[in-house]
Design a protein around this ligand. Structure first.
Ligand code: HEC
Ligand code: HEC
Length: 363
C-alpha cells in the first residue's frame, strides 16, 4: 500500500518548518513521521513527552555484538564485516584473485551508512521483510540475493556473488538480523534516503560544481577521487570514497540516478549529517548531485535491457531507450513533472485499450 504523501517536521532551529511533498510514482514509500529535534534521535526521544504520537519514528537496531559466538552469531558478524570493509574481503586488491568480486574499493557502508543501520542512510533495517519483490529494473520478481548482486554489479562495479557462497549467506543473515521484529509487509520508517521536494527547473550542474567545491571537496577532493587509507594495492579502502572516476560506482547504479542520489546527499552529506537536520538546501542537493553524476565513471554494458517494461522505467534513469518522448538530458536533470505526467497519460491509454498489467513495482 502506498500513501500519497509524507510529512516531515524539521525542528532544526527550534522553529518547526513543515514540508509536505507529493509522493512520486514509483518512489520510495515513507510513512508519516514526526521528528522534532535536530539533536540525535536518542536525545529527542529522551526528551519527548510520554504522550508522543504513535507515529513518531522509533529507530532501534539490534546489537550484533550481543549475539553469541555460535554459527549464527558468527555468520551475522561476518555480514557486518563484509558491509563495513567490503574491499578487504571481496575487493579487487585482496590476495586471492578468486575473491575479486567487487570491481572497486568501495564498501557497502560507503552508501548503506552506519553498517546499514542509519535512518535514511539507505539502511538494511526492514529490508529482509520486503523480499522477494517485483523489480521494475529486471521486470520480474527477484530475491534478496538478486538485489545484493544488483549492488555488486553496479554500485560495486563487479560481478555477482555465487548464491551458495559464504559471503552471500552472510549478507542475507546480517540483513535478516537488522530486520528483526519487522513484519513481512510492514513499512520501515527511515528506509531509503528520504523524499526531498522536486524542482520545477532542471538541476544545474554548473551551480552544483560550486557547491561541490565549497562543501564536498574538503573530503572527496576537488577531483572527486576521495582519499585512500593507504597506498594502491593495500585492499584497505578509503577514508573518503571517490564519487566519480574508475574506482566509483558505474553508470547503471542507483546512486547514479538523480532522485536517489540527491536524497542520499541531502539526508547524509557532508558525512555526519542526519536527515532531520540537513546541511544543504534541497536545491543545492539536486545541483551538486547532478554535477557529480555528470562526471566520468565506469560504463555498464547492456543497460538498454534494464526496465523491460518501459512504462515502469523511473523518470530519472539516465540511459535510454525512453518511450515518453523526453530526451536523455531531461531524464538526467529534470524537471521530472512533465515526464511523470506523460507517463501517467501513456499508462491510462494502455489500460484503456489493453488488459491490466502487473502492478508496477519499485525500481
Ligand atoms: C554507491 C552506493 C552503493 C554501494 C557502494 C552499495 N549500494 Fe546497495 N543500494 C544503493 C542504492 C542507491 C540502493 C537503492 C535504494 C532504494 O531503492 O531506495 C541500494 C539498494 C540496496 C538494497 C535494497 C535496499 C532496500 O531498501 O530495498 C540492498 C539489499 C543493497 N543495496 C545491498 C548492498 C550490498 C550488500 C552492498 C555491498 C556489497 C551494496 N549494497 C553497496 C547504493 C549502494
Ligand atoms: C566530512 C567529510 C565529507 C564531506 C564534507 C562530504 N562527504 Fe560524502 N562521504 C564521506 C564519507 C566518509 C563517505 C562514506 C561514509 C561511510 O563509509 O561511512 C561519503 C559518502 C558519499 C557518497 C556515497 C559513496 C560514494 O563514494 O559515492 C556520496 C555520493 C557522497 N558522499 C557525496 C557527497 C557530496 C555531494 C558532498 C557535498 C555536499 C559530500 N559527500 C561531502 C565524507 C564526506
Amino acid at each position: 500500500m502506498k500513501l500519497p504523501f509524507m510529512v516531515m517536521i524539521y525542528g532544526a532551529v527550534g522553529v518547526a518548518a513543515l514540508c509536505l511533498a507529493t509522493h512520486p510514482p514509483g518512489g520510495r514509500w515513507v510513512p508519516p513521521i514526526a521528528i522534532v529535534s535536530a539533536k540525535p534521535v536518542a536525545a529527542a526521544k529522551a526528551a519527548a513527552p510520554a504522550a508522543a504520537p504513535a507515529t513518531a519514528t522509533s529507530w532501534s537496531v539490534p546489537d550484533v555484538d550481543k549475539l553469541p559466538g555460535d554459527a549464527w552469531g558468527k555468520l551475522v558478524r561476518l555480514g557486518r564485516d563484509l558491509t563495513v570493509a567490503t574491499y578487504a574481503h571481496i575487493g579487487p586488491e585482496v590476495a586471492d584473485p578468486a575473491k575479486h568480486y567487487a570491481g572497486n574499493n568501495l564498501s557497502c557502508q560507503n552508501c548503506h551508512l552506519g553498517a546499514g543501520a542509519k535512518q535514511f542512510g539507505l539502511p538494511f533495517v526492514g529490508v529482509f521483510a520486503d523480499f522477494p519483490q517485483y523489480r521494475g529494473r529486471e521486470g520480474r520478481v527477484g530475491s534478496l540475493e538478486d538485489r545484493i548482486n544488483g549492488c555488486m554489479e553496479r554500485s560495486m562495479n563487479g560481478r555477482a556473488l555465487p548464491l551458495d557462497s559464504t559471503e552471500m549467506a552472510a549478507f542475507v543473515a546480517y540483513i535478516k538480523f537488522l530486520s528483526t521484529g519487522i513484519a513481512i509487509g510492514a513499512q520501515t520508517s527511515g528506509r531509503g534516503a528520504g523524499d526531498i521536494p522536486r524542482l520545477t527547473r532542471a538541476a544545474d550542474p554548473d551551480h552544483g560544481k560550486l557547491v561541490f567545491g565549497q562543501t564536498c571537496a574538503s573530503c572527496h577532493g576537488q577531483d572527486g577521487q576521495g582519499k585512500r587509507h593507504g597506498p594502491l594495492g593495500d585492499a584497505a579502502g578509503y577514508e573518503f570514497p571517490p564519487v566519480w572516476g574508475p574506482d566509483s560506482f558505474n553508470d547503471g547504479a542507483g546512486m547514479n540516478r538523480l532522485i536517489s542520489g540527491a536524497n542520499f546527499v541531502h539526508s547524509n552529506m557532508p558525512n555526519g549529517t542526519v536527515w532531520s537536520a540537513p546541511a544543504l538546501s534541497a536545491e543545492d542537493a539536486w545541483d551538486v548531485t547532478a554535477y557529480l553524476q555528470g562526471q566520468p565513471r565506469p560504463a555498464r554494458a547492456h543497460l538498454e535491457n534494464d526496465f523491460p517494461v518501459r512504462l515502469q522505467k523511473p523518470v530519472d534513469a539516465g540511459y535510454g531507450p525512453y518511450i515518453d518522448g523526453f530526451d536523455r538530458t531531461q531524464h538526467r536533470l529534470g524537471p521530472f513533472g512533465p515526464i511523470e505526467q506523460k507517463i501517467k497519460e501513456l499508462k491510462a491509454e494502455k489500460s484503456a485499450g489493453a488488459p491490466p498489467t502487473a502492478t508496477p513495482g519499485r525500481s
